[in-house]
Design a protein around this ligand. Structure first.
Ligand SMILES: C[S@@+](CC[C@H](N)C(=O)[O-])C[C@H]1O[C@@H](n2cnc3c(N)ncnc32)[C@H](O)[C@@H]1O
Length: 240
């Protein structure tokens, strides 16, 4: 296998899969995103070449360029790891890169990672499903293309269960307004988890009606539904 599309998990290097850690230690070149933290990159072989292709404000790297780079590196026969935050196939554009590699007949494999859509709620003590409270969860992007939401929020409001929003911080006001217009209770609990499983983790809780006015830093996962009121984190200090 020359190219591995690898999920780096939500941030904490302990949450890498065993296969991801092995491939990182053996890689000749690692092509990584901005969301992949230093702790994970520390596992990369010191002799490996590191290429940062993270898209940042003011530095939008076209996806076609990244796919073309992977094809080129793969053709060189080097052990290439394409490292992405969370899972490569959950809003990671891993499918597009796999298509490009397939079209170019470059051998590749996909190594799943723990997606932030479940890891971030878990890090805040929130189970995305919970008997009697939530029988389903929907993972959606809050990203808007050309002023239009990619998601029909009013219909989603009627589905029930937990709504997990990725890339939704900037659009949280209109997302909340659309969900309420679709029938969701304005008092529905909301939790936003910033940089889950890292030292910068921060959890903010509010009601849906107040989401627009609640300060949240990006990147964050926004959890909407009754389970967002839970806080099932471990009790580390027991009173004597
Ligand atoms: C392009 S998507 C990639 C998602 C990734 N493939 C996954 O499975 O988690 C980027 C978004 O994922 C979410 N995200 C990823 N890692 C996160 C983390 N550690 N804490 C909070 N949100 C995170 C944020 O919503 C961020 O804007």
């Amino acid at each position: 296998m020359t190219v591995a599309l690898v999920g780096a998990g939500p941030g904490d290097p302990d949450l890498l899969t065993v296969r991801a850690a092995r491939l990182l230690a053996e890689a000749d070149v690692v092509v990584h995103d901005a969301l992949v933290g230093d702790g994970v990159l520390a596992i990369v072989s010191p002799t490996a070449e590191l290429i940062d292709v993270g898209k940042r404000p003011g530095r939008p790297i076209p996806q076609e360029m990244i796919s073309a780079l992977l094809v080129e590196l793969g053709r060189q026969g080097r052990r290439v790891v394409r490292l992405k935050g969370g899972d490569p196939f959950v809003f990671g554009r891993g499918g597009e890169e796999a298509l490009a590699l397939q079209a170019a007949a470059v051998p590749f494999e996909v190594v799943p990672g723990i997606t932030s859509s479940v890891a971030a709620p878990a890090a805040a003590g929130i189970p995305v499903t919970h008997r009697g409270m939530s029988a389903a969860f929907t993972v959606v992007t809050g990203h808007r293309r050309a002023g239009e939401h990619d998601v029909d929020w009013r219909s989603l409001a009627k589905v029930g269960g937990t709504i997990v929003v990725l890339m939704g911080v900037a659009q949280r006001a209109s997302i909340a307004a659309e969900l309420i217009a679709g029938g969701l209770d304005p008092a529905t609990p909301v939790a936003a988890v910033h940089r889950a499983t890292t030292e910068q983790q921060d959890v903010v809780r509010c009601e849906l009606a107040d989401l627009h006015a609640t300060a949240i830093d990006s990147p964050a996962v926004i959890v909407i539904g009754p389970v967002a009121a839970l806080n099932l984190t471990a009790i580390l200090e027991l009173s004597a």
